[in-house]
Ligand binder design. Structure first.
Ligand SMILES: [Zn+2]
Ligand SMILES: [Zn+2]
Length: 429
């Protein structure tokens, strides 16, 4: 794999890392350094994969990261947003502060993949005995960022400005009742001291071929909101519904009404909207009309004005449908992540370099993603870019790739060199 970032260091017209006249020479040195990192990066990835930890509980992972960053001579901060680690590499020359971010958490899933480094870790999650698995590829994110830190550290004297390595806990969401993830990292000041001027993150994907990088300018990944609706009616005998107010039937109308917000009331040519009711709970017996029924779901939007409109419409729809039957509906909406927005100017700067460094056909624009990323919170403090990275073995069928967040999820080791590259590339733009 041709390390993308090395070429970028040279191709970028606005390189902040390197003096112009030394570019070629430096490229060769960095190239060699990256090549020596493969075995180490793979070993880190295997170790993290075999020893996954859930969000806000990444104790072992963060210890290994902190020790590594310290061994490189970086300034290291531990315990940020619970288990987060931040390393600061101060370059030998003045310049901006560029942040690179990797998430560290695994998921409560029992691994079914037959690899020598499969996880056998078990834990209790929400009262259930479950396995723990890196089923979203965050093990590779950590390994790649550790490698990037090592590569960039060895060229410290030539770096203009500084590089902040952000190892973030709980991207998948903090445990109930706890704060966590990018929002808490930002709240605890990760984007300050020194102030971050730009930030890059990426996600390895099981259905994108190894070696590829996918991007989208502007809104890329959705804002995710969680909502719940409590419908209150009036209980009665199942044989005499006219004596009560049936909250289950009202809930059915509300669910239908929510889909009309998407299909009839949202300007879908502007940006997509998804409303999903994933949970409904009401009643205990066939012949009892219960007093209440509750439901919960998620909203995905890619435009913050549309996000606000959808919130209002959900409240309006639920309230008035309930009222029409004499019931009440109480709506609660909680924003989990913001729209992940790629700064178009910064992205524009980086794309030609990425294309030259890999191959033009390997760097592809893509459509919206209705999945969400808490990386979006860093984008509220500095221009940000988030890229997708290939993790699917070459020649495989993307349609048959094991989905993220499943027991069969797996990404290939050899996707990682391309992951080291865009991170380091950012440092050169
Ligand atoms: Zn995930
Ligand atoms: Zn993920």
């Amino acid at each position: 794999m041709r390390p993308v970032f090395i070429a970028l260091l040279l191709l970028s017209g606005s390189s902040q890392l390197i003096a112009q006249d030394k570019k070629e020479q430096l490229r060769q040195r960095i190239f060699q350094k990256v090549e020596t990192m493969t075995a180490k990066t793979n070993a880190w990835r295997e170790d993290f994969h075999e020893n996954p930890e859930l969000g806000n509980r990444e104790f072992r992972t963060s210890q290994i990261i902190a020790n590594h960053l310290r061994s490189l001579g970086l300034e290291v901060q531990e315990g940020v947003a619970h288990t987060g680690v931040v390393g600061l590499l101060k370059g030998g020359k003045p310049g901006p502060c560029i942040a690179l971010r990797a998430d560290m958490d695994a998921l409560p899933i029992t691994e079914r993949v037959h690899v020598p480094f499969a996880s056998r870790v078990k834990t209790t999650y929400n009262g259930q005995e479950v396995g723990v698995m890196h089923a979203c590829g965050h093990d590779t994110h950590v390994a790649m960022l550790m490698a990037t830190a090592e590569v960039l550290s060895s060229f410290k004297a030539e770096i203009q400005g500084s590089v902040k390595f952000i190892f973030q806990p709980a991207e998948e969401g903090a445990p109930d009742g706890e704060e966590g993830g990018a929002a808490l990292m930002v709240k605890e000041g990760v984007m300050e001291n020194p102030k971050v001027d730009m930030v890059l993150g990426f996600h390895i994907e099981s259905d994108i071929e190894v070696g590829q990088i996918h991007y989208k300018p502007g809104a890329f990944m959705a804002a995710a909101d969680w909502f719940s609706i409590e419908v209150k009616g009036k209980g009665s005998h199942g044989s005499q519904p006219w004596k009560g107010i049936d909250p289950i039937q009202v809930s059915a109308q509300i669910i239908d009404g929510l889909q009309a917000i998407v299909s009839r009331q949202s300007e879908l040519t502007k940006a997509p909207v998804v409303i999903t009711v994933g949970k409904i709970n009401g009643g205990v017996r066939q012949n009892i009309i219960p007093e209440s029924c509750s439901m919960a779901g998620t909203i995905r939007t890619l435009d913050s004005d549309m996000q606000k409109e959808v919130h209002e419409k959900i409240k309006h729809t639920a309230k008035h449908i309930a009222e029409a039957s004499g019931a009440t509906a109480e709506v609660t909406i909680e924003t989990k992540t913001l729209v992940t927005y790629n700064n178009p100017e910064l992205l524009k700067k980086i794309i030609p370099s990425l294309e030259k460094a890999t191959a033009p056909e390997n760097v592809k624009p893509r459509e919206w993603v209705t999945g969400a990323e808490d990386f979006s919170y860093y984008g509220t403090k500095a221009p940000a870019v988030f890229l997708y990275l290939g993790g699917m073995p070459k020649g495989n069928d993307p349609a048959k790739a094991p989905p993220h967040h499943t027991a069969d999820f797996l990404v290939a080791h050899n996707g990682m060199p391309t992951g080291i590259t865009p991170s380091a590339a950012w440092c050169s733009t």
